[in-house]
Design a protein around this ligand. Structure first.
Ligand code: SF4
Ligand code: SF4
Length: 324
């Protein structure tokens, strides 16, 4: 961080603020990105689903960066890992990534109780490829369809009940338990040739950990179905994994005519159910989902369990299973 900027800030603050800054600044690394956001006239505001739902400037990208910088706590949890700001920022800055460094695990107990409610044991089986459903696949009920589909197309897959969640919600909320999740996931994955998952966020986390991971879409085979359909791009699938054309090509190969919604591909609009946001603020997450749903004119297909649940959409695997 520019020392002159820091000196000016310190000169103008009282002791209480100085003490808060002393806690925050070391966590910011160079701090340059958050300072750029603080000084920005909220150029990505139009793309932020949280601001759109909550309609308060205090949760807008630039203002929550300012609040976070000066030690404010609440605003840093009002964010999704959607990276719409990053997609629309001339400097490629992700507000969520900046805020994540400042979160300290407050509310992690809410993740615990949510996880214990949705976790179910699976019947273990051996195979060369591990199918890792991820917590959201359990929550959305997509697990049964996926297991049926993999069985029917004859994939030799393994299932393990050792780990339900990849650890991403803990990572996002700044709770150290993510380290244990990541390490257990790496150990588990090392016993297999590769891992497949329905959840784009799980795939992203695994790839970041050096695990050979693919989205289940990569194993699916198109079947003739036909008709019109809209495709909702899950944020992480489009922006982090870069899978934009692949699901569309797959749906076209199934004979679908694709009707694009107003916001699609990397300019997709978040469903509101990502990260921990819905666990903490369900009423706003539902509002984001409802707004996104209204942007579609045809039945919605998607490839993420969270988006499926939020948008009452059909996962591609469910479309295939109907005709298999
Ligand atoms: S992410 Fe970019 S556009 Fe958005 S507030 Fe920060 S600097 Fe401005
Ligand atoms: S990551 Fe998403 S929710 Fe968070 S500030 Fe950026 S656009 Fe808004």
């Amino acid at each position: 961080m520019n020392p002159r900027f820091l000196m000016r800030v310190l000169e103008r603050t009282d002791l209480k603020t100085k003490l808060r800054l002393a806690k925050v600044i070391p966590k910011l690394g160079s701090g340059e990105e958050i300072v750029k956001c603080m000084l920005c006239p909220n150029m990505c505001l139009f793309s932020c689903p949280v601001f759109d739902a909550e309609r308060r400037l205090t949760v807008s990208p630039s203002v929550k960066s300012r609040i976070a910088y000066f030690g404010g706590e609440e605003a840093i949890y009002h964010c999704l890992p959607c990276n719409a700001c990053k997609e629309n920022c001339k400097m490629g800055i992700s507000v969520n990534e900046n805020l994540r460094r400042l979160r300290n695990g407050k509310y992690a107990d809410k993740i615990d109780s949510w996880l214990s409610k949705i976790s179910k044991r699976v019947e273990e089986r051996e195979g060369r490829i591990l199918y890792f459903p991820g917590c959201r696949t359990f929550e959305s009920g997509l697990i049964k369809s996926t297991l049926d589909y993999l069985e029917k197309i004859g994939i030799d897959f393994a299932l393990s009940s050792e780990i339900v969640c990849c650890g991403m919600p803990y990572y996002e909320i700044g709770d150290k338990r993510y380290e244990e999740h990541f390490s257990n996931l790496k150990k588990l994955a090392s016993r297999y040739d590769a891992v497949i998952s329905n959840c784009p966020h799980c795939v992203f986390v695994m790839r970041e950990l050096g695990i050979r991971a693919e989205h289940t879409l990569s194993l699916m085979k198109p079947l003739k179905i036909g008709g019109s359909i809209s495709y909702h791009d899950p944020c992480v699938m489009a922006r982090n994994l870069g899978l934009v054309e692949e699901p569309r090509n797959f749906l076209r190969a199934c004979g679908f005519e694709i009707i694009e919604p107003a916001f699609s591909a990397k300019q997709t609009s978040c469903c509101g159910y990502g990260g921990f946001y819905r666990i903490l603020y369900p009423e706003y997450a539902d509002k984001i989902a409802e707004r996104r749903r209204r942007q579609f004119e045809a039945e919605i297909a998607t490839s993420c369990p969270s988006c499926k649940k939020a948008l009452k959409a059909k996962d591609i695997v469910e479309l295939l299973l109907e005709v298999l």
